[in-house]
Design a protein around this ligand. Structure first.
Ligand SMILES: C[S@@+](CC[C@H](N)C(=O)[O-])C[C@H]1O[C@@H](n2cnc3c(N)ncnc32)[C@H](O)[C@@H]1O
Length: 456
């Protein structure tokens, strides 16, 4: 995840761990990457950039954003600009124990630079995303292929100028997607290869969707959505996202392809992660082109499938099911899950659908599933489950690098939905006449959980 200056990042990790071990033992404490310049022999304790949310009764200590210059021999403890969300009864530690071992200037400098680098890197994030978009549109990964290629040749094949192409290829190299061997000669790294549209596990359409000007325009109004709770997309375009998709078939195509690519990982992991053998027919509600359902039907030959979506959502499904030899075992039904869900299945699968909608709307969709659920039938929701308190452990980063929280904001600005905690899912299920029976993480490498519910 962190490229460029690994030494700095490992210093920061070590410092954060030292702090966590040494300070405020009785309290929940988060410390990261201080920005401090201290003279020789000074003892300085600073903690920056922490984000802590604690529940009722917890004790929270945060110290953020401090910048201290201390002279020789001075002892300085600074606590500034903390960002803490703590529940009722929590309290913020008014003072802080000093580290028993003084930080060296090298530690301090490394931590301070890493702090700055983090902000700068994040601020450049949209440029990195647009660089990926240009690479996808110009097909540079496909043009480089498996061998080393000269930028001049890639430019010629792409119908582009040589020098700007070299600059693009170097930027992609800086992002870890290409390698430059001799000046102006490049090859593709394993990560970069995922930008080839010719691979079955390609992520090109997902890159295209997430960098689409239409989505990006709504993001420009994130602060407005935060202030008002309004869906920025609707304000900017005068209609909701899915109606806009229906009016723009070319964008709908990109959306469907992106959903299909995003579902590939789940389609690989889900068939063996859930006991599908108990059921006879499965309806995938809002199942898109059928990538996920096809994965399940492939692995469970006794199951029959129903793919339920809007006509636009199903547009690529016939071809997909035919390619997979599943036309006979899977029917396609076009409809609106705000009106009804087809009856006749004993398992209703809903992946990455509820997060598009408000609680009220999610309850409506689930209620329609509940209405057609036979005795013993189940609803299986596949979505990320947010923890009650934001975690930023190595494990959570490995799972999704914090992307679920960005997805939550994406839902806010583009569709008006939200990511949910277990309690949130329990509540919407309960309001729909369903009881949540289990929540099981799908696989370590994915952010998804399997949320199973039965009729009350
Ligand atoms: C975020 S996509 C998820 C697709 C798929 N389940 C997946 O995980 O890849 C949401 C899906 O809901 C469908 N959808 C949106 N509004 C719908 C409606 N009113 N009735 C049925 N499907 C709808 C969309 O067409 C789209 O396929």
């Amino acid at each position: 995840m962190h490229t460029g200056r690994p030494g700095q990042w490992s210093d920061v990790g070590r410092l954060a761990q030292e702090y966590a071990e040494e300070t405020c033992h009785a309290h929940t404490t988060t410390h990261a990457a201080s920005r401090t310049a201290a003279g020789p022999g000074s003892h300085t304790t600073t903690h920056a950039g922490s984000r802590t949310a604690a529940g009722p009764g917890s004790h929270t200590t945060t110290h953020a954003g401090s910048r201290t210059a201390a002279g020789p021999g001075s002892h300085t403890t600074t606590h500034a600009a903390s960002r803490t969300a703590a529940g009722p009864g929590s309290r913020t530690c008014p003072t802080h124990e000093r580290r028993s071992t003084p930080m060296t200037n090298t530690d301090v400098l490394a931590a301070g630079m890493a702090d700055r680098e983090l902000i700068v890197r994040l601020a450049f994030g949209s440029m990195a995303a647009q660089t990926l978009r240009a690479a996808a549109r110009l097909r540079v990964v496909e043009l480089i292929g498996d061998a080393q290629r000269r930028a001049a040749d890639v430019a010629a094949d792409a119908g582009a100028e040589h020098q700007p192409m070299t600059r693009l290829l170097r930027a992609l190299t800086g992002l870890g997607l290409l390698e430059e061997h001799t000046p102006d000669t490049f090859s593709v790294t394993p990560a970069g290869a995922l930008l080839s549209s010719e691979r079955p596990d390609s992520l090109t359409s997902l890159v295209r969707l997430l960098t689409e000007p239409v989505l990006v325009r709504a993001w420009e109004h994130l602060d407005g959505s935060i202030r008002t709770g309004d869906i920025a997309f609707d304000t900017v375009f005068g209609t909701d996202f899915f109606t806009h998709l229906a009016q723009h078939p070319e964008l709908s195509l990109v959306f469907n392809a992106a959903m299909s690519q995003a579902a590939g990982e789940t389609a690989a992991a889900l068939p063996s992660a859930f006991d599908f053998g108990r059921f006879t027919t499965i309806t995938d509600v809002g199942g898109g082109d059928g990538t996920l359902l096809a994965g399940i039907l492939d692995a469970h030959p006794a199951l029959a499938g129903v793919l339920y979506d809007t006509a636009d959502g199903l547009a690529q499904a016939p071809e997909k099911l035919q390619q997979r030899g599943l036309t006979e075992r899977c029917s396609l039904i076009a409809g609106d899950f705000f009106r009804s869900v087809p009856k006749g299945s004993d398992l209703y699968l809903i992946k990455s659908v509820l997060h598009d909608w408000t609680d009220e709307q999610a309850v409506t969709i689930l209620s329609h599933c509940r209405e057609v659920l036979p005795p013993g039938g189940r609803v299986l929701i596949v979505e990320p489950v947010l923890p009650d308190v934001v975690t930023t452990t190595a494990q959570s980063h490995a799972a999704d690098g914090g992307i679920t929280y960005l997805s939550d904001l994406n839902m806010l600005v583009n569709v008006g939905g939200r990511e949910r905690t277990r309690k949130d899912f329990e509540e919407v299920c309960h309001r729909a006449g369903l009881s949540l029976t289990s929540v099981t993480p799908l696989a370590e490498a994915t952010p998804y959980s399997l949320i199973e519910a039965v009729a009350d």
